[in-house]
Write a protein that binds this ligand. Sequence first.
Ligand code: PLP
Length: 411
Amino acid sequence: MSHSSLPALAQGVNDLRASEIRELLKLINRPEIISFAGGIPDPAMFPLETIGKSYAAILGDPARAGDAFQYSISEGFPPLRDWIAGYLKGHGIETGADRIIITSGAQQALDFLGRAFIEPGDGVVMTDPSYLGAIQVFGTYRPHFIAVPMDAEGAKLAELEAAFAQKPKFFYLTPDFCNPAGITTSLARRAAILDLAYKYNVAIIEDSPYEELRYDGARIPSFAALEARRGAANGNLVIYVGSLSKVLTPALRIGWVSADAGLINKLVLLKQASDLHCSTVNQIIANELARNSHASQVAKLRPTYKARRDAMLAALKRSFPAEVTWNVPDGGMFIWLEFPEGVDCAELLAQAIKDSNVAFVPGSAFYATEQKRNTARLSFSLGEPARIEEGIERLAVLVRNVLQANAAAAE
Ligand SMILES: Cc1ncc(COP(=O)(O)O)c(C=O)c1O
């Protein structure tokens, strides 16, 4: 009998690639490595005691436990949706529990939104660079990506208008302290982007998991809040995606979408078809945590991460050569480095892991269309300031050597 192999995979899945960078980053779980690669919350900050008490209370009450470990509705646990609606309203967003669906993290929200909107070849506008997970998941639906460059205030308007003129379905961005570039879209730029969205009828997917992690300046109203100020009669183009991952803990896998009720109804059907609902018990725990610990967690996280950001910025300033530039993010977890043309940050990473025991993520992972090789993302969320400083100093020695070698080769 001849050997039968599996039929061809769908194109969008076949195109998925494990990156060379992932392979390299598998090597960093050694204690001597100082890693700026993660971009994850510090587990030392998780509210574990409160979580433990909540689980124990549920397990200690048979009636509650019966419900908590049972199937539940696809929209999400109603009291948690009520909390989210109240929280968003507190920040000027016009919404209600009936306009919110709970998803398995913001990541599943992005998956469902991609599935809901994208036919193969449809235009999808992304900031350049953008969150890798969004590029990957939207990519499985085979859109035509249009990447729009950013300046210090966010997506550049002329380029964005040219992109919107191609009639894309949506513009995806992280307005606050974006992953990976750390840029915050200014208030004026948000208003102008919203004007363009209305002019060209393009949805805005506002993915805002870092919004609460602000270390300087005042909160800027979200696109959803700005849309609410203009009044419902003006339009309903903003789709707000939120998450509890960065403030509470990612493992509960609680994210949400707040949007037009018609879209939410469709997303609920997608959720039902996909995985029925998020873990019932985790939603119950998340509801208690959100109500009792969200504000105190934010108050605890801000000074901790701010000190780490400041330590990284000071060390960069002290030790990095002038040819390398970076931004000063007002919040979040990331600093974005730009090296002179000709520096390949994937090669730099390989050397940094081997020779300097330091890791970061090369920027090439974060471009939806053309990859730049001379950028890198550093995360400052893990580790004490002294260790961050040591890592940056080690990296600086390597960077100086590489720049000198490149200059010598060019002579
Ligand atoms: C911009 C952005 N969106 C979404 C996510 C996914 O978050 P969640 O844990 O809620 O799925 C991340 C996680 O790193 C992120 O950086």
